[in-house]
Design a protein around this ligand. Sequence first.
Ligand SMILES: Nc1ncnc2c1ncn2[C@@H]1O[C@H](COP(=O)(O)OP(=O)(O)OP(=O)(O)O)[C@@H](O)[C@H]1O
Length: 290
Amino acid sequence: MNKFIEVNNLCLSYKNQQVIKNISFSLEQGKIYGLIGRNGAGKTSLLSLLASFNQPTAGTIKIDGEVPFENARIMQEVAFIYDRDFKDESSPVKEMFDTLKRYRPNFDEEYAKYLLDRFELPLKKPVNKLSKGKKAALNVTIGLSSRAPITIFDEAYLGMDAPTRTFFYKELLEDQARYPRTFILSTHLVSEMDYLFEEVLIIHRGELVFHDDFETLISRGAAITGDFSKVDQFVQGKKKLSEQTLGRTKSVMIYGNLTEEEKEKARSIGLDIGPVNLQDLFIYLTEEGK
Ligand SMILES: Nc1ncnc2c1ncn2[C@@H]1O[C@H](COP(=O)(O)OP(=O)(O)OP(=O)(O)O)[C@@H](O)[C@H]1O
């Protein structure tokens, strides 16, 4: 495994509140990571450390073998795109991209123009006069066209309508195929974005409670669907994450691995076994009291 980003025993405190608690993980080059966690879990705090916007209280971060904080070479490799209001940005959209060219070595002007056009961003309009959704589109354009080896989107979609978000996800995947880099996507739109993630990190109350590939995470549970009475009987004694009933058909998400014997039994009575969805698992893994 190529450890492009290595985080060891990372801690961050604001005054006497510890918001990042002894987190360790490593991330590879060229993969898309989903970072999820409930409100106040510490996602932005963690990302701001990776982007050198903050210094750890304890522990270490290494990017490409070097400590990133106040390290000009590494800092230009990291693009941190977060929900910004651009309120002091009175220059026109076009000017922002002229500036970007100077400090993003991989910036692709043609690609930026293509995205600005597709997002229908008016080049002459002052940035702070754009609507919220257009500001988000501008932000995403900066993130994608910078082609930084580490690109972090922290709820960068806020304000975008559904068709625009769909376009953003499609572009992200297509550009990743052309120019692979490490993406970290922090989001609350778990069910909408989960297909983008190759690996998932779940942070809860400042601790990393899960980090593995997407397939491994969703294989921790199963969706059992079929005749409601048979489903009820089969899931008895199992940890239920959620359930839905339509007429006589019921679907129950359960947590925990099924043995081969159990799978065989379910099939023999006409039940269907499917994967659990990430959102239900996430809700379960971060339930209060866990
Ligand atoms: N500048 C700051 N000063 C003091 N406390 C802060 C500061 N920034 C964040 N915190 C606190 O750190 C904790 C983690 O906040 P953070 O913004 O990292 O969470 P988050 O997971 O990104 O949340 P959300 O999903 O709500 O955006 C919260 O308790 C928050 O109040």
